[in-house]
Design a binder for this molecule. Structure first.
Ligand SMILES: Cc1cc2nc3c(=O)[nH]c(=O)nc-3n(C[C@H](O)[C@H](O)[C@H](O)COP(=O)(O)OP(=O)(O)OC[C@H]3O[C@@H](n4cnc5c(N)ncnc54)[C@H](O)[C@@H]3O)c2cc1C
Length: 527
């Protein structure tokens, strides 16, 4: 008998959730992580001496409340500092728009841009919350195997019946109409102000290589709306200690339930005997046996590197090859002496408005044009910026009086046409800082250090194919029963005893822990 019931390949947050959940259920679990730290794309890194950043994910509020509760993460040190405002959008004309958690308070802000939009906003939020309730419910079930729906699919589908009925027939029609829409069409139905539309639309394209005028972007907005925990289009919260604080708590929880975690332990091969996974081989040659193997790694690595693709069904291989990654965001970190001074703010405003996300995207057309550049292998000359200053919520991340400012900058394609990122990385960073300086003119003088990762850097540094943070884009064609690929949305694989649990699987990306928890539920059901 092997020492372990389950081996989890990868200690990304989803791998840790699966490991913790299975260990809590009494399974003997071993987690093997290739890097020297746990957390995958949710880590903290001392990028410059004395300044700690969250190199990839930094918005922490997506973590599902049931994961926090079931794994007792708060007793293992997790502290999420919620932020309100949720988002603040400075405008090119020196005005600004704030989205608070409170709908009425936000409507008052919107009134300064359009009285009609202020009246529409509560109606829009109410509709989106209704639809998001169903998308959030879908996220937590195992998708049926469409079109081959069988008896096994009935219990999860029945769970959905309640929320769908509560939504009402009219809203079912709304959901079916809205999911495939371009988010621009949806927002044009409700709003007239560029500022309002752009601020919301930014959140529909954050993790995909599409502009707001592309079909299906309304679904992406709904996905993040459903999981945000704010009742709005994005989460709002910072983990004390950076995102490594979150995955550190997950690792501590998994260990407390008896799981063993080894870092610096890259799996080179999954051992398969008679079409059943029986263990793994590490890069050094060590073989470890287990009844169940779960991969938190992306599909390419799992099926094309750790397994032999020539032994897989060609249709399956084709589907895996066809997964769309297309990362198009760069991550830029600035270490600053002092807080940036935004011209849109008066001294009397203090720093409250800067505590949530700072979104720089003046119009939907501007976002679309920024995206257009990627179609021609260029980076955008007017990038869309999603900025967080985590030191406002956790000053321990930088020396006293100093700040960390982290930017997710779009759009920056994986490959530049006729040029190399090696030659253009700094030019793109300069462009991003130029755009920021249009709103905070003194920022250049405040920069002590700067650091940029473009999509190929995210791929090589964090094992994210194409530099896409979600192991596959969050688009409608990679949704629900088609995630990670059609016919395999139940966390299983063509091999008995081999499962998937990462962001490639349903419901997808973001630091939610939901794929990890869903996978653990399926594994427990089948053993
Ligand atoms: C720039 C960027 C910004 C983002 N911003 C946000 C945000 O603000 N909020 C949010 O919620 N989400 C954000 N995301 C998305 C989020 O980070 C990911 O969706 C999520 O972290 C994926 O978690 P995971 O556990 O599924 O996979 P990963 O975090 O990718 O973990 C996979 C793990 O498997 C390990 N592994 C792979 N192969 C092997 C092997 N052979 N042997 C052993 N170990 C292996 C890897 O080293 C890694 O640790 C962002 C992503 C990026 C890239």
């Amino acid at each position: 008998m092997s020492e372990f019931d389950v081996i989890v390949i990868g200690a990304g947050h989803n791998g840790l959730v699966t490991a913790g959940t299975l260990a809590k259920a009494g399974r003997r679990v071993l987690v093997l992580e290739a890097r020297d730290v746990v957390g995958g794309a949710a880590v903290t890194e001392e990028l410059f001496p004395g300044y700690r950043v969250s190199p990839c994910a930094d918005g922490a509020g997506y973590l599902a409340p049931e994961v926090v509760r079931d794994l007792k993460l708060e007793s293992h040190g997790l502290e999420i500092v919620p932020t309100d405002p949720v988002a603040w959008s400075p405008q090119p004309d020196g005005t600004h728009l704030t989205f608070w958690r409170d709908t009425a308070r936000t409507a008052k802000e919107i009134e300064r841009f359009s009285a009609a939009d202020a009246r529409s906003y509560p109606r829009f939020v109410a509709l989106m919350q209704k639809l998001a309730g169903v998308v959030g419910g879908l996220a937590r079930i195992t998708p049926p195997d469409i079109p081959d729906v069988g008896w096994k699919d009935l219990p999860p589908l029945l769970k959905l019946a309640g929320p769908v009925r509560a939504m009402g027939r009219a809203h079912v029609a709304d959901l079916l109409r809205i999911l495939p829409m371009p988010v621009s069409d949806l927002l044009n139905e409700f709003f007239e102000s560029d500022a309002v539309k752009a601020a919301i639309a930014t959140n529909a394209v954050r993790d995909i290589t599409w502009g707001p005028k592309e079909a299906g972007t309304a679904y992406t907005l709904l996905y993040y709306w459903a999981l945000s925990g704010t009742g709005l289009f994005r989460s709002a919260g910072v983990v004390r200690g950076g995102m490594g604080g979150l995955t550190g708590a997950l690792a501590a929880a998994a260990r407390s339930f008896g799981a063993e975690i080894r870092t610096g332990a890259a799996v080179s091969r999954v051992v398969v005997k008679e079409r059943r996974a029986t263990g793994v081989v590490l890069e050094g040659g060590e073989e470890i046996a287990a009844g169940v193997v779960v991969s938190n790694a992306n599909l390419r690595r799992t099926f094309f590197e750790m397994l032999d693709p020539t032994r897989l069904d060609p249709t399956f291989v084709k589907h895996v090859q066809n997964v769309k990654y297309r990362g198009s965001a760069a991550r830029i970190h600035l270490a600053l002496r002092g807080l940036p001074e935004f011209t849109a703010l008066k001294d009397s405003d203090g720093d409250e408005l800067l505590r949530g996300a700072i979104q720089i995207a003046p119009t939907m057309d501007a976002i679309q044009r920024a995206y257009d550049a990627t179609k021609y292998g260029e980076f955008s000359s007017q990038p869309v910026l999603d900025v967080l200053i985590p030191t406002l919520s956790d000053p321990t991340l930088a020396p006293e009086g100093h700040h960390v400012l982290s930017i997710t900058a779009k759009f920056a394609p994986y490959a530049l046409r006729g040029e190399s990122w090696e030659d253009r990385r700094e030019a793109f960073t300069d462009r991003v800082i130029d755009v920021l300086a249009e709103y905070a003119p003194k920022i250049r003088d405040q920069i002590v250090h700067r650091h940029t990762r473009v999509p190929p850097d995210l791929e090589s540094g964090f094992g994210l194919p194409g530099g896409n943070g979600n192991h596959g884009e969050m688009t409608l064609d990679q949704f629900f029963h088609m995630r990670p690929i059609p016919g395999h949305a139940d966390y299983g694989t063509p091999y008995a005893g081999l499962y998937l649990c990462g962001a490639a699987t349903h419901p997808g990306g973001g630091v939610t822990g939901i794929p990890g928890q869903n996978a653990a539920r399926e594994i427990l059901k089948r053993k």
